[in-house]
Each structure stands twice: as C-alpha cells, then as structure tokens.
Design a protein around this ligand. Structure first.
Ligand code: AMP
Ligand code: ZN
Length: 112
C-alpha cells in the first residue's frame, strides 16, 4: 500500500471523482475546488513534480498537458489556467506531481 495519496488514486485503492484518463494520466475533481472547474491531472508514474517528469518521461508530461486541455473543454471552457505548485513554499502539499486546471470564473493575475 502506497503512502502517496495520488498513487492510491491511480491504483484504484481510493476512487476520486474521475473525469478522464489515458494510459499515462488520470484527471479528477479537486476535493476543495477553487473555481467552478477545478480538476487535477496527475501522471500515473510517481514523480514529485513536473520538472522531474520532464526529465524522466517527457512524453508523459505532454500527456498530462493534453488531458488537462481536454478536461477543461469537456466542462465547456476554452479559457483556463494551468498550475503546477512546486515545493512547499509555492503551495505544494501533495508530493506527487499534479496539474491544477482552473476555469469558469475570472482569474486574477498575479496569483496570491
Ligand atoms: P497542492 O497544494 O498544489 O499540492 O494541491 C493539492 C490539491 O489536492 C489541493 O487542491 C487539494 O484540495 C487536493 N486534494 C487533497 N486531497 C484530495 C482528495 N482526496 N481528492 C481530491 N483532491 C484532493
Ligand atoms: Zn504518488
């Protein structure tokens, strides 16, 4: 049994609210949504952050990005924000790479 929450989602040990998946990525709704659409897209491979995924499996990072775009479109959004919080000080709390897909409301810049 993995200690990593998102690995438990990938293995099926815990079932999140899945919206889409590919062979390499899983997209599910964030439990604490910050916008009308707030989906997380994770690589099925355990890596700590996106930069590590780019190093070890760049095609799988591209797959995460492509699935994020499809998830936004499936909710009817052509405009969306993609965020990889990387490191504790940047807000990362789950240390399995995940891409936030935020859409459905105006998004301020810069983020807090
Ligand atoms: P981060 O702060 O970038 O590491 O993002 C972690 C995200 O995971 C947060 O937005 C949480 O709301 C989300 N999260 C934590 N637990 C769950 C869960 N059980 N199901 C879905 N999303 C979760
Ligand atoms: Zn993991």
């Amino acid at each position: 049994m993995s200690e990593c929450l998102f690995c438990r989602f990938v293995s099926g040990e815990i079932t999140p609210d899945v919206v889409a998946e590919t062979d390499h990525s899983l997209a599910f709704r964030d439990i604490n949504p910050q916008a009308p659409t707030h989906v997380l897209v994770v690589p099925k491979r355990h890596v700590v952050n996106a930069a590590e995924l780019a190093q070890v499996a760049p095609a799988e990072l591209a797959d995460v990005l492509a699935l994020a775009g499809r998830a936004a479109l499936a909710d009817g959004h052509e405009d969306y924000r993609l965020v990889f919080n990387t490191g504790f000080e940047a807000g990362q709390r789950v240390f399995h790479a995940h891409l936030h897909v935020l859409a459905g409301r105006p998004l301020a810049w810069p983020p807090g």
